[in-house]
Design a protein around this ligand. Sequence first.
Ligand code: PEP
Length: 250
Amino acid sequence: MRTIMVAGNWKMHGSEAMIRSLLGDIIAGIEGSCPADLVVFPPYPYLSLVQSLARSTRLEWGGQNLNPQASGAHTGEISAAMLQEFGCRYVLTGHSERRALYGENDVDVALRFEAALEAGLEPVLCVGETLEQREAGETQAVVARQLDAVLSRTGIDGFNRAVVAYEPVWAIGTGRTASPGQAQAVHAFIRDKFVNLDGIIGGQLRIVYGGSVNGSNAAELFSQEDIDGGLVGGASLTAEDFLAICRCVT
Ligand code: PEP
C-alpha cells in the first residue's frame, strides 16, 4: 500500500563534476529495476544541474531546507518558490543538523513544514532523539513533541502529503544503526500516533528511517512493518553504495 522511498541526502558534499558522475551512474543503475520512489537532496547550487540531468528519468529531487517566508531580507535562505522553479517535489524540514547546528527549534521547523505544504512541496519531516535522550528513556516523548509542534499548525491533514523520517541523532553519520527492532518500535509509535488521529492518513503515511543505512542493513530495516524506506546520508555519495540500498527494495 505504501511505496518505499529511498532518498539520498547529499548534505554539503559534491562538486559539479562529482554530481555529474554520481547522478549519471545512479540513473544508469536504477532505470526500471527498483520499485521504490528514488529521491536526491543536493546542495542548492546544484539543483539546476540535477534538474537537467534527471528530468526525464524516474529519479526525483528536493531541497535540503526552505525558509517559511516567500521572499525578503533573509540572507542565506531559500524559498519554496525557488525550489519549485528547479523542479523540486520534496523538501527536508527539521534535519537534526539544522536543529543542532543552526538553532532551528520545533516552531521554526513547523513553520517551514507548513510553508512547504502551502507551496505544494512535499515536506519530509525529520525527527529523532539524541543518545542522552534515548538513555534517559525519553525517545517517545521527544519524537511526540517534535511531531506535535507540526501537528498543532497543520493538523493531521498536513500529513496527507508528507513524509516523516525517523532519524535517531546517535545513528546519523556514526556508523551506528538502530537495530531493526529499535527502529520499528519508534516507527510503530509514530504510526499509532497518526492512526489515532486519522486512520486513513496514518495508514498511508510514509515513515522512513535514517541513520547509517547501507547496503548491508537496508533489507532488514525496510522489511519492518512500519519502515517505508530510508533517508541516506553517507551511503548516498557513491553510486555503488546508493544502488546497493536501492537493490534491497523488492
Ligand atoms: C542523514 O543525514 O539524514 C543521515 C541519515 O546520514 P547517514 O546515513 O550518513 O547516517
